[in-house]
Design a protein around this ligand. Structure first.
Ligand SMILES: [Zn+2]
Length: 248
């Protein structure tokens, strides 16, 4: 199931930044337009059998097709395990968050775009989930999380623009952190901002060799940040409080 969903997300990753329909036309090679036969469209397996090339014209198939089909099932297993090995409300809530987020991760990484058609509905879905009585986050928690994330990133974006006269943090990032906040609340946003900023700084120092002029996408770091929060957050917060002799 995860690999098949991943296969659909790949279509979104390829087409949403170009504002193309995700339903029509059916799967085709972007170079020679040859229709992809069902036998060559099996998640994970076809990519390996075709050695990452179009059967008709040998054009390279982007690596995201393979990576998403491989990693989305792993995320589903991690979430299932994290939420008590049952199909609970929390499990479905986070499956939806990660379905949208894995698309955002790659559209931002590859095209530098976080599509509004994903981030804005995600804010609303997060708030709607908090209305269930058995939700892990209360409606106020969801609204405060979304509002705090939005205002916090909007302020940084505005201040950066005032000082540097160019865009530092895009509007896509501001809407995406609001969506994250509506799912995991105030503490979750703080944790996500902290982890994603530190990993982005390390990435900038090691990979970009500290070149402030080089631009890079922040979205993937945010996804990494809240993945860590959702899977290990409770454990990490507990160990952190234990350092000060506190426990809960
Ligand atoms: Zn082709």
């Amino acid at each position: 199931m995860g690999a098949c969903l991943g296969s659909f997300f790949n279509v979104c990753i390829a087409r949403l930044p170009k504002k193309e329909s995700i339903i029509f036309p059916s799967s085709h090679c972007p170079k020679c337009n040859a229709k992809i036969k069902p036998l060559n469209n099996i998640p994970i397996i076809s990519y390996i059998l075709l050695k990452g090339k179009c059967k008709n014209c040998s054009a390279r198939i982007h690596w995201h097709y393979f990576v998403v089909e491989l990693f989305f099932p792993i995320i589903l297993i991690l979430l299932f395990n994290r939420f008590g090995n049952e199909f609970s409300l929390a499990y479905f809530k986070y499956v939806i968050l990660f379905s949208f987020s894995i698309i955002i991760f790659f559209t931002d990484l590859i095209s530098g775009i976080i599509p509004d058609v994903l981030s804005i509905p995600l804010i609303i879905i997060g708030i709607l989930f908090s209305l269930f009585p058995s939700s892990d986050l209360h409606i106020w928690g969801s609204l405060i999380g979304a509002g705090f994330g939005f205002i916090f990133f909007l302020s940084i974006s505005y201040l950066f623009y005032l000082v540097k006269k160019r865009e530092g943090l895009g509007g896509g990032d501001v809407k995406f952190i609001a969506a994250i906040g509506s799912f995991i609340g105030f503490t979750g946003v703080l944790f996500t901002v902290l982890v994603s900023s530190f990993t982005a700084i390390i990435f900038m120092l090691l990979i970009l060799k500290y070149d402030p002029k080089k631009e890079f996408s922040f979205g993937p770091f945010m996804v990494f940040g809240f993945l860590i929060y959702i899977i290990f957050g409770e454990m990490l917060t507990h160990s952190y409080l234990m350092l000060f002799g506190l426990s809960f």
